[in-house]
Design a protein around this ligand. Structure first.
Ligand code: DNO
Length: 348
């Protein structure tokens, strides 16, 4: 495996040198953040990111994310133009050495939590989602942490209205339409597409979500068989869905050659209503068996990129939600431990 660390470019408060000092760190996961969705990324910006990483002894082989325009997800008439732009961005990132692109197909919102500073028993704090808190949210006045705040209230309302016409099936067809155009370019450029699962893995506010469970993944891989069409196995996102068996996912999709990128983090389920908080990475801190997940990855020949995902705020840090330094660094060393042990056992 190649251990990586998400870095939000020059604006990230965490210096690359600190990332470099984490044992076994191979590179950063980053993106161009100052170009609106649906436009081409300047090659100079990409070269600069790569240079900054390389000058600190780090690679830049994974992009997270090249965001997908809402009009592509909605299947609007201008989608062909937007997909062309997307393909051009694939060519550009490939030209500077990127091998893997993480993206998602969630309508309107990326990940969702109801509390950014849930206080844990050990005194640390982390992101959490509570069913009861979620019920208090007025969908007409959406101000939730972690959501894209770049829309005005009106734009958001319009967008939500447009999605009323989009069923799960329609959204899925639009994803397949997108991939049928994008995957040939990936084949040409030797890049893997790694879809990020819905987080959390269920519909929110009646917006359809289509990458939430095993059935969804099987349907996707059947519709677009090239293994360039693969997965970001985000244990925390899938793992918030209690019916998702992550050990099985790791085994099954690694065997299929679909797992290009792994986000490793743990979640602790709370109560009966799908509430959870983000715990420390170690298995006993949460509800997922991290060791068995890693064992299945290694046993089945996983050789892709891994990064520690969301950490808690610890040691007095007040980091970007989920993306402070300390707990992700602890997560990284834990991940190293698991991989070292299983690779010694299974890797020929
Ligand atoms: C949250 C991340 C997501 C992820 C996107 C990928 O911390 O896991 O924002 O980057 O869903 O497109």
């Amino acid at each position: 495996m190649k251990l990586t660390f998400r870095w939000f470019g020059k604006k990230d408060s965490i210096p690359l040198q600190y990332i470099r000092e984490i044992p076994n760190m191979s590179g950063v996961v980053s993106a161009v953040y100052d170009v609106p969705v649906g436009e081409v990324w300047p090659i100079e910006s990409l070269k600069e990111l790569k240079e900054l990483a390389n000058n600190s002894g780090l690679e830049f082989e994974v992009v997270e994310s090249i965001p997908v325009s809402e009009d592509i997800k909605l299947g609007k008439p201008n989608r062909d133009h937007l997909i062309d732009v997307y393909c051009e961005n694939i060519r550009r990132v490939a030209s500077i050495g990127v091998k893997c692109i993480c993206y998602n197909f969630m309508p309107v919102f990326d990940w969702l939590r109801t509390n950014m500073k849930h206080v844990n028993e050990d005194g640390s704090n982390s992101l959490s989602y509570s069913y009861e808190e979620f019920l208090q949210v007025d969908p007409n006045n959406l101000h939730l942490p972690g959501w894209d705040e770049s829309y005005s209230k009106d734009e958001l309302q319009n967008l939500l209205k447009e999605y009323k016409k989009i069923s799960h099936d329609k959204l899925f067809q639009n994803l397949v339409y997108f991939l049928n155009k994008v995957i040939p370019v990936c084949e040409e450029c030797n890049v893997n597409m790694a879809i990020h699962p819905d987080d959390p893995p269920w519909d929110v506010f009646n917006l359809p979500r289509i990458i939430s469970n095993q059935k969804d993944l099987d349907k996707l891989f059947k519709a677009v068989p090239s293994t360039r069409n693969g997965l970001t196995l985000c244990t925390g996102s899938f793992g918030a869905g209690r019916e998702n068996d992550l050990i099985k996912f790791a085994r099954k999709y690694t065997k299929q050659g679909r797992v290009h990128f792994v986000h490793l983090r743990n979640v602790k389920w709370v109560g009966e209503n799908n509430s959870f908080y983000e715990s420390g990475h170690y298995s006993n801190c949460g509800s997922l068996d991290m060791a068995r997940i890693v064992e299945e990855l290694v046993k089945n020949g996983f050789n892709g990129y891994v990064r520690p995902d969301h950490g808690r705020n610890i040691f007095g840090e007040d980091g970007k939600p989920g993306y402070g330094l300390y707990d992700r660094a602890l997560g990284a060393t834990y991940i190293n431990g698991l991989f070292e042990a299983y690779e010694k056992i299974y890797k020929k």
